[in-house]
Write a protein that binds this ligand. Sequence first.
Ligand SMILES: [Zn+2]
Length: 148
Amino acid sequence: MPDRETAARPVPSRKPCLTAVLRMAGLRPTRQRVALAELLFAGPHRHVSAEQLHGEASSADVNVSLATIYNTLHQFHEAGLLREVAIDASRSYFDTDTSDHHHFYVEDEQRMIDIPAESVEFKALPKAPDGMEVSHVDVVIRVRRAQA
Ligand SMILES: [Zn+2]
């Protein structure tokens, strides 16, 4: 959402910084990856779906297919730059905040809202199956507008 203040003055490019971030994550900083990283990481933390990012890329004249967006998001996720939050089999969001936290999912707006990790407490968690360990616990609480 551009507001009057950011529209008035040019935003300094974060390209050199993002190039370094990609290199450190073990990803070659191709033109497409840098362009998508700019869209993802320029600004506050957020949750984005592949389709949303595809729309943003088109608006920013970054010409990439939806398949490339998917591949890049998964590469960023595997490199630890993004966290994936699966809502159901056909819908995933990618979170630029990779720290431990949970989410509200607003069903009628298809939007995620962060829940701080310490707001959720577990009274009991099952032990991981033999030879396995819990890597992390994701809680998604589905909400909708209360009926008036
Ligand atoms: Zn989040």
